[in-house]
Every structure is written in structure tokens, then in C-alpha cells.
Design a protein around this ligand. Structure first.
Ligand SMILES: NC(=O)c1ccc[n+]([C@@H]2O[C@H](COP(=O)([O-])OP(=O)(O)OC[C@H]3O[C@@H](n4cnc5c(N)ncnc54)[C@H](O)[C@@H]3O)[C@@H](O)[C@H]2O)c1
Length: 356
């Protein structure tokens, strides 16, 4: 068995002490943003939430100095150099408008918006204001995805021919009560991560074909909860994303497989084996005719991958570059998301560039 050194960890830039101000202090901030930033040594200087008691509790738990009474107060604080937005998507645009007007850089939550035209507006607001804007599309920094990307880019599986992410689990929908009424659910809020990861591995697909279904007993949850999406690439690569959130009785699994002409990658997305606690990802690399080589991964999607988008945004600010999950690029992920909905509704394959 040969050793395979894969450098999959998130890279911090050369300036990481930018002052961060958080808007929205709900679940994802509590169990993902704050633990990730603590681990990375990032500096959260203040927080705001429309529910003051939520902001106060988050500040106390994470040693954050200031609880603001309003967005305006947060933006007026000169210590805040980056605004970390984590509110429901329909609240995001108005906050972005204020952050851009204040000339501050920002990390937005995914999806930028559930409407494509509004997402474009959000991107344009930041571009007109000349501030950096990244999207918290952090799965591409997840250990299993980052290691796969390096292995693929080093040519270690040859030419990729078949990519699959298959998830069959029991999702705790009660954690996001506001999602119950979302007309578009699975692809917009969950598979968006897999679609973005596929784009980070293989680029933009040529065609998107998607089929959506619901579980007969999903109660108040309105949107689709079981989906199959196929991405066809110009070079013949075909990607499958298959997700079922109502595996109530079978063995749950969350796997990725990337097959090529010279080898293969097989792994698991540890987080989804017990969301949001999970376990570390696993990954094996197989070279043609050889035994599988395990790559040791000791991190998992939540919270570790959440360091990635913020670190990359900081580096973009420092170097006047573009963050890895920059919002302009993220519009291509949203094009694939909306193409999936159009495909399911119109029962046909859709080119992402149809979404404008
Ligand atoms: N990147 C990921 O993997 C991931 C995972 C979960 C959620 N999210 C996204 O994060 C966002 C928040 O999700 P959550 O699970 O934390 O939801 P949540 O309901 O737990 O928290 C949302 C918080 O925002 C606050 N809020 C609402 N409107 C506000 C406003 N106008 N100003 C200030 N605060 C406001 C609420 O009081 C609440 O505390 C959503 O956009 C969601 O899609 C992303």
C-alpha cells in the first residue's frame, strides 16, 4: 500500500484578525459559525439578532463583547470589517443593501436568495459598492470534498467519467421550522451543497435533469424531500446526486464516488450519519489494479468546513482577490439549482444558461 499525502485542510491567509459582526444568531451560527471561528482564531466583535435574547445568549456563550440593538448600530461600529449574515434567505437582500451602503465586506448565507433575480441584485449591490462578497457554500471545503478535489486535480483517477453523491438519511426538519412552507426545499436548501461541490470538482455542467418527489407522510413540510439530479458534462462525464430525507427504516448512508479512467475515490460524508454531530469523513483512493489507499480525515463538514468561506474571504480582502465562493461565481450554482426545478416542472433536460 503506497502512502498518499493529500493536503486537504483549509488554508488560513496571512491576515485573519479582521473584526467580524454577525447578523442573525440562529442555529447555524450557534453550532457551525461560532465553533468554526473559535477553532480558526477569528475575531467576532459583535452580534445582532432581531431576537435580542438570542443575540445576548450567543454573545455570552462565545465571549463576544458587543450585542447591537440594530443593523445600523452594527454597521456603525468601526471594528466591524466583515459582516457575517445568517438570516432566512428572504431577509438577506435588505441586509445586504445596508451592508454594501456602509462599504463593508460580507459573507452571505446560501442560498443567496430563493429567487434568481434577487440573487443577481445581491451580487450587483456588492459589486457597485466595491466590497467583497462571498457565499457560505462551505461543503467544497469539507475534508472529503477537498481531498477528492486534490486527488482529481493531481490526475490520480485519470479522466473523471462518473461522479455520484448519494444520501439517504433521516433529516431533522424541525430544526428549520421556517423551511416547512418553502415550495422548493431539497434542492434549494440541501442539494445546493452537492451541486456546488460538483461544480468545484468538475466545473459547470452542460445539461441538468432532475426528478422530485415527496414522502407520503411528511406532514406540514410542503416541498420536495426526495430528488434525483443528473448533470451531463460536455466531455461525457455524468454526475448523479440522489437524496432521500425520509429513510425512516433502512440503513442510512451518505456516500460519494468519483470514478475515472485510472482509478476511483470512494468516501462517506460523516456529518450526515448523525446531523449535526456526525463523525469524520472517510475516503479511499483506488488506483487501477491496486488495493484501496485510505486517506486519513479527522475533520467533518460542521463545524470545520465553515472556516473555509470566511478564510477565503479574508484572503480576498487582503490581496484584493476573489473569494473561492465569491457571489458572482455562486450565480452559476444557483443556475444549476433553478435548472433542476425547471427540469422537474417541465419534464425535460435544461441548460443552466437558460436561467437568467
Ligand atoms: N451553509 C449551511 O450549511 C447552512 C445550514 C443551515 C442553514 N443555513 C442558512 O443559514 C440561514 C439561517 O439558518 P438557521 O438554520 O440558523 O435558521 P434559524 O431560524 O435557526 O436562525 C435564523 C436567525 O435569524 C434571525 N433573524 C431573522 N430575521 C432577521 C433579521 N432581519 N435581522 C436579524 N436577525 C434576523 C432569527 O431571529 C433567528 O435567530 C438560512 O439562510 C439558511 O439557509 C445554511
Amino acid at each position: 500500500m503506497s502512502d498518499l499525502a493529500v493536503d486537504w485542510r483549509v488554508k488560513l491567509g496571512n491576515k485573519t484578525d479582521y473584526g467580524i459582526g454577525s447578523i442573525g444568531c440562529g442555529g447555524i451560527v450557534q453550532y457551525a459559525h461560532m465553533p468554526a471561528y473559535r477553532k480558526a482564531g477569528f475575531r467576532v466583535v459583535g452580534v445582532y439578532d432581531i431576537k435580542r435574547e438570542t443575540a445576548t445568549a450567543v454573545a455570552a456563550e462565545n465571549n463576544v463583547q458587543t450585542v447591537y440593538a440594530s443593523v445600523q448600530e452594527l454597521l456603525a461600529d468601526p471594528r466591524v470589517e466583515i459582516v457575517d449574515i445568517a438570516v432566512p434567505p428572504w431577509e438577506q437582500r435588505d441586509i445586504v443593501r445596508q451592508v454594501a451602503a456602509a462599504g463593508k465586506h460580507m459573507l452571505c448565507q446560501k442560498p443567496l436568495s430563493d429567487r434568481f433575480s434577487e440573487a443577481v441584485e445581491i451580487v450587483e449591490m456588492a459589486e457597485s459598492a466595491g466590497v467583497k462578497q462571498a457565499v457560505n457554500q462551505q461543503m467544497r471545503f469539507d475534508a472529503g470534498m477537498a481531498a477528492s478535489r486534490e486527488i482529481i486535480q493531481r490526475g490520480l483517477i485519470g479522466r473523471p467519467t462518473d461522479a455520484q453523491i448519494q444520501v439517504s438519511c433521516q433529516t431533522p426538519w424541525h430544526m428549520w421550522p421556517w423551511l416547512a412552507s418553502a415550495p422548493g426545499l431539497e434542492v434549494m436548501y440541501h442539494s445546493i451543497h452537492y451541486l456546488d461541490s460538483m461544480r468545484s470538482l468538475f466545473g459547470n455542467p452542460q445539461w441538468v435533469t432532475s426528478r422530485h418527489s415527496r414522502y407520503p407522510e411528511q406532514g406540514a413540510v410542503q416541498g420536495e424531500t426526495k430528488t434525483i439530479t443528473v448533470l451531463d458534462y460536455a466531455n461525457g462525464l455524468q454526475a448523479l446526486i440522489s437524496v432521500n430525507h425520509y429513510n425512516l427504516h433502512g440503513e442510512t448512508f451518505a456516500t460519494f464516488r468519483f470514478l475515472g479512467t485510472e482509478g476511483a475515490i470512494e468516501g462517506t460524508i460523516g456529518l450526515l450519519y448523525d446531523y449535526p454531530n456526525g463523525r469524520a469523513d472517510t475516503l479511499n483512493w483506488r488506483q487501477k489494479g491496486q488495493e484501496p489507499v485510505p486517506v486519513e480525515l479527522d475533520e467533518l463538514w460542521i463545524p470545520d468546513a465553515f472556516i473555509g468561506p470566511m478564510a477565503s474571504l479574508m484572503q480576498a480582502i487582503k490581496t484584493d482577490g476573489i473569494p473561492a465562493t465569491g457571489s458572482r461565481d455562486n450565480l452559476d450554482t444557483l443556475r444549476v439549482v433553478h435548472a433542476a426545478y425547471r427540469s422537474a416542472a417541465e419534464q425535460r433536460s435544461v441548460r443552466p444558461e437558460e436561467v437568467q
